[in-house]
Design a protein around this ligand. Structure first.
Ligand code: R5P
Length: 289
């Protein structure tokens, strides 16, 4: 039987090593050197054969991380029989349509680049929307929701209610709520496509006395969760927690969230960080095997 390797570029190393352990694969931790002009040089300490799983998230600096993924795929494809690329956090996933005339559908561009570099299959976690999956039959998305939900299973919350900050995330929030036997509702979020400004509302939501778990795929600037928390607090809710798959937490986003009243932020290890306590290696391994 062919050997299996897990090659990881710059990030996320804990997820990649955990995946290698589960798959009984050899982990290849690459040496990544960044030059003052921004270019990168990646050196593999061992050349893979057989099945090589490349793990590279594309969190900030997004273009550099994306380039690392493409470089790695291209290199391992030269010697491997099969290449699976795991992009735990898929940057550009929100640019999956031409929302305003003239916009580039960047997600399609980067997915094409990864496949053209030599990937046979691409796996990501909680892709922003199913639209991204329509660009190739070889792309799939697994969900961190079951693992994130486990984190809340043992917590004692008062009348817990799961809330999606927007309609687009309702399916994910429902999946999360189902696992915990809770109810899920959605708010209405509007984002100005030109300024990026976010506003949150909802017809009539009765959240008085409910502890809330806000569930989202990405927390970036924190704007969506801050606005949702403000709204829910005004309606008289109890404690508010935030669960997300990908915690980008740009600049002082975590501080803003806590200031708005978020008790705890929990995320998956698709992006390394203080909140990334939920390991999704098992879910990815299941999709690979
Ligand atoms: C957008 O619809 C996504 O699901 C997230 O809600 C959004 O990306 C979060 O971004 P931010 O934290 O900057 O509001």
């Amino acid at each position: 039987m062919a050997s299996t390797y897990v090659a990881v570029g710059s990030s996320p190393i804990p997820l990649a090593t955990s995946l290698a352990e589960i798959l009984n694969a050899e982990a290849i931790i690459c040496n990544v050197r960044r030059f003052p002009d921004g270019e990168s040089k990646i050196t593999l300490p061992r050349i893979p054969k057989g099945h090589c799983i490349v793990v590279q998230s594309t969190h900030p600096p997004v273009d550099t991380s994306m380039m690392h993924a493409i470089m790695l795929v291209q290199k391992v494809a030269q010697t491997s029989e099969k290449v699976t690329v795991v992009v735990p956090y898929m940057g550009y996933a929100r640019q999956d349509q031409e929302f305003l005339r003239g916009e580039i559908v960047t997600l399609r561009v980067v997915m094409n680049m990864l496949m053209a570099a030599g990937a046979d299959r691409l796996i990501t976690v909680d892709i922003h929307s199913a639209t991204g999956l329509s660009y190739s039959n070889n792309i799939s998305s697994v969900s961190a929701m079951p693992e994130l939900a486990k984190h809340f299973d043992s917590m004692s919350l008062d009348n817990p209610l799961v809330v999606s900050p927007d309609r687009g995330g309702m399916q994910r929030a429902e999946a999360f709520a189902d696992i915990l036997g809770m109810q899920a509702i959605t708010l209405d979020k509007e984002r100005d496509r030109v300024t990026g400004e976010v506003s949150v509302s909802a017809g009539s939501v009765d959240v008085k006395g409910n502890d809330i778990i806000l569930v989202d795929d990405i927390i970036s600037t924190g704007g969506s969760i801050v606005e949702a928390t403000k709204f829910l607090k005004e309606q008289g809710c109890g404690d508010v927690f935030a669960a997300c798959t990908h915690a980008l937490l740009i600049n002082d986003a975590a501080k803003k969230l806590h200031k708005a009243g978020i008790r705890q932020i929990v995320s998956a290890n698709t992006i390394p960080g203080l909140t990334a306590t939920v390991d999704v290696a098992g879910v990815i391994a299941d999709a690979i095997s």
